[in-house]
Design a protein around this ligand. Sequence first.
Ligand code: GRF
Length: 212
Amino acid sequence: MKIGVLGSGNGSNFQAVADAIERGDLKGVTVSVVISDNPDAYILERAKKMGIKALYINPGGYKTKLEPDIEKQYACALKDNQVELVVLAGFMRMVKDYLLSPYKGRIVNIHPSLLPAFTGLDSFRQAYDYGVKITGCTVHFVDSGMDTGPIIGQRCVPIYEDDTPEKVHARIQKEEHILYPACIQFIADNKVSIAGRRVKIYNSDNRINNLL
Ligand code: GRF
């Protein structure tokens, strides 16, 4: 299965997926292209270092989504690289129809909270400020809402008395780097189906999700 990764920043989740492929832990998957809306995103450097095609596509004038014509360009670049699954990895824009319709049920995202709690930006900080004792990360299919698509997997982490939002995010990211490759493996193996809001994973034994 060929994947295309969209990211705007550091790219540690992309790195975790690419490393899992290199180690042979994530089987039957190749990254055909990494695309960023930010020319300075470290995710592009990481891709180049690994010999993976890295593209910057100017996102246009909107802040939270792509202009329709530009979203078409993103979709074309993904198709040109035979991408079958679009993996959002810290991509800071909402995805709309020109990506959603050619890739219906084939776009996934990772979010740093236990959805449906704390959608949107800086979710780890929202969770910390709210005072929850347990938070985590979620991998989900992408629909037209903000962080609302059907949930594939979740892993949790504790929030301690003497924590900071940054420490919480670092703890969450460790779990993200386990969860994302695991979810992608199940999709590559055709073990994932969506029925309404519920995602069924065949033979998973719930192993991708953790308990404290
Ligand atoms: C992650 O915490 C992810 O959950 C969120 O954005 C962050 C991206 O981190 N969507 P990285 O660029 O993969 O390091």
